[in-house]
Design a binder for this molecule. Structure first.
Ligand SMILES: [Fe+2]
Length: 218
């Protein structure tokens, strides 16, 4: 066998092992609207907005209203039910990413608040500091947000934007993922993941509940 023929057999790399490292999780779950929970959560958010005369501090929001982040301390049973749903999704995520046994040792602390966005309101790109996960639950969305798929959507950005500076065949970086809100949808993602909320330009209202979730294993 010539050297060239020997090299042809050596050059077969089809058995190379490939693995994906440094995964980023985006978790979505649709909860059932048990006994009209969403309507009661919306009523709660509207009452809170009325109680504060629609005034709120500005964080990442441009327009819109958000409550203080202490909603989790409310004894309102619907708010507590929503807290349990956030906890359950973090438990499920931990069970899958760590292990079911580890998840049993999970301790969480949740700061929760509600957001009411109307026409043209949006949130600038941001991260959430000093927590593990960000959770969002949608209780009400406009029936029609028009033809733009981004209208009212949550957009999550690839945390590796610099990788796009060097083209890599077969791999794309600097991508984004749109999450279109629906009543009953809960979303969970790492707190360091940059995200924003797009405005919608039709009539209607978007009521969501957001949470900063600290998670640790006891
Ligand atoms: Fe956010």
């Amino acid at each position: 066998m010539t050297v060239l023929e020997q090299e042809k057999t050596v050059l077969d790399a089809s058995s190379a092992r490939m693995e994906t490292i440094f995964p980023t999780y985006l978790v979505t779950h649709h909860w059932p609207n048990v006994d009209g929970l969403d309507a009661r959560l919306c009523a709660y958010a509207k009452a809170e907005m009325a109680r504060t005369d629609g005034l709120c501090s500005t964080t990442t929001n441009v327009g819109g209203w958000h409550s203080p982040k202490s909603l989790g301390t409310s004894s309102n049973p619907d708010i507590q039910a929503l807290l349990r749903r956030f906890e359950s999704l973090v438990f499920e995520t931990t069970a899958r990413t760590a292990s079911p046994d580890n998840a049993k040792r999970l301790e969480t602390r949740i700061d929760m608040w509600c957001n009411v966005n109307g026409i043209q309101d949006y949130n600038e790109p941001h991260i959430h500091r000093d927590c593990t996960w960000v959770g969002v639950y949608y209780a009400e969305v406009p029936e029609d947000t028009g033809p733009d798929p981004r209208a009212g959507a949550l957009e999550v950005f690839d945390p590796r934007p610099a990788a796009a500076l060097v083209p890599t065949p077969g791999m794309e970086f600097d991508l984004t993922r749109l999450v279109v809100p629906q009543p009953g949808l809960m979303v969970l993602f790492p707190s360091w993941l940059t995200h924003m909320v797009h405005p919608f330009r039709t009539q209607g209202r978007r009521i969501s509940f957001a949470s900063n979730i600290k998670a640790r294993l006891a």
